[in-house]
Ligand binder design. Structure first.
Ligand code: PHE
Length: 449
């Protein structure tokens, strides 16, 4: 078979692909969202479900996405179309790519608002605002931000521009180099924070909260949230990993690469939880406080620890970077598609898409203040976009991807492309054909009640 190349570029090495995909996976999902939904859903049993979902559903689907992308070397819609044609099956499967692009736009809109909070917190941390602050003070600073649409708009705009600028440059240049230094630094700072929280009196309680598995506490709604989050955190079900896979060098083996990405992503989330919950318990805060959890608990911790102003500042810088590398990957599949389909330049595609997501983002930030009355299905705009994407669109995209990879694409092609032994391939095939689609469907159906 002749070697195809993507018109958008190729990662310099397998290592760079791991870094880029990890940059996409590790983001606000790990540091902001995972702890707060764990808190809202009672802790341990939820964490266990999340780990099961990563292993049984996330990893096999990530393998599927990478190989589909790499086989076709095109944006998701066109990649799926090419593979469907190759298998002489219906190209209607490419609608899956369309749903993914829509999910990307919707996720970016609220993601950029939260990333904007992070940028604002970089400034607050740096100015020493939280030195010695009580949890009440930290709480009122956060609520003050939510009540202030102008400040949120400013930072949301800054973040959206930062993201578009990198997407314009193409992911190859600059970004990879930045990630290479910044992702390990984020990891180190998380470990420092973990070290600090291990010395607080809340550590045992925090640890217990996260790893005390009492399955009787689990509701089907919580299982759906854990499942949805496993897609969200691994950037699956919307084409991001497929698009990045299209730029993956041919030589690299997909199986071990995917395991590395999923492990790194999970470790970061668990450390983030272990850093946050002890502080919550030591300060008598509420673990179920919702989206503000990280923005209230961590500043209090940094405010109390020696050198906290510097560490706190660095920490939020790195969370901002983690969010940034993820946000880029939310736009890339659609930008690649616009370039392929309409022969637009990368600049034009990035700016057009950027303006759209920025505008929708405004409706998310207004959901906390001016438009807080406006609700659909009992949820404001921010919650609605978050809930629909993570709990419906990504899992649905994920099962369809699994079914496509398992049933539509021929066995010969998947064996050839994934590069794993025949026995492991059998397990993988069984998972994408049966386990993942059935598990996700059951969770869906039980939630309809
Ligand atoms: N995985 C990212 C995070 O955890 C979010 C994301 C979802 C990025 C889907 C790309 C695609 O923050």
């Amino acid at each position: 078979m002749q070697e195809k190349q993507s018109i958008h570029g190729t990662w310099a090495s397998r290592w760079i692909f791991i870094l880029a995909a990890t940059g996409s996976a590790v983001g606000l999902g790990n540091i902001w969202k995972f702890p707060y939904i764990t808190g809202e859903n009672g802790g341990g049993a939820f964490v266990l479900m999340y780990l099961v979902c990563i292993l049984l559903v996330g990893v096999p689907i990530m393998i599927a996405e990478v190989f589909i992308g790499r086989r076709a070397r095109k944006s998701p819609i066109n990649a799926i179309t090419d593979l469907a044609n190759e298998a002489k099956k219906s190209t209607l499967w490419s609608l899956l790519g369309l749903m993914g692009m829509l999910a990307g736009v919707m996720i970016f809109s609220f993601y950029s608002v939260v990333a904007g909070w992070v940028l604002h917190y970089i400034a607050l941390m740096g100015s020493g605002e939280f030195v010695g602050a009580s949890s009440e003070k930290a709480g009122s600073i956060f609520n003050g931000l939510l009540a202030d649409p102008k400040t949120m708009l400013l930072w949301h705009t800054v973040f959206a521009i930062m993201t578009v600028v990198v997407v314009i440059g193409g992911v190859n240049k600059g970004l990879e180099r930045a990630t290479r230094i910044l992702m390990p630094s984020l990891f180190v700072l998380l470990v420092i924070l973990l070290g600090y929280s291990a010395t607080t009196e809340g550590f045992a309680e925090g640890f217990d909260f996260m790893f005390h598995f009492d399955v009787s506490e689990l509701s089907w709604d919580a299982v759906l949230i854990a499942l949805g989050h496993s897609f969200f955190t691994l950037s699956l079900g919307m084409g991001t990993i497929m698009a990045y896979g299209a730029y993956m060098p041919k030589k690299a083996s997909i199986g071990s690469t995917v395991i590395a990405i999923a492990t790194l992503d999970t470790v970061v989330a668990l450390i983030a939880g272990l850093a946050i919950f002890p502080i919550i318990f030591a300060n008598n805060m509420d673990p179920g406080a919702g989206p503000g959890l990280m923005f209230v608990s961590l500043p209090v911790a940094f405010g109390q620890m020696p050198g906290g102003q510097v560490f706190g500042f660095m920490f939020f810088v790195l969370v901002g970077v983690a969010a940034w590398t993820s946000a880029i990957s939310l736009l890339e599949p659609t930008v690649a598609y616009l370039i392929e389909k309409f022969k637009w330049s990368r600049v034009k595609a990035s700016i057009v898409l950027g303006v759209i997501v920025w505008a929708i983002g405004i409706s998310c930030l207004l959901a906390f203040n001016e438009w807080s009355e406006f609700k659909l299905f009992g949820k404001n705009m921010f919650d609605l976009l978050d809930y629909t994407t993570a709990n419906i669109m990504l899992p649905l995209g994920g099962i369809l991807t699994a079914l496509f990879a398992g049933w539509v694409v021929s066995k010969k092609v998947s064996i050839e492309e994934i590069g794993i032994s025949e026995n492991i391939h059998k397990i993988w095939l069984f998972t994408v054909r049966f386990v993942a689609p059935i598990a996700v469907s059951i969770v869906f159906v039980l939630n309809l009640k």
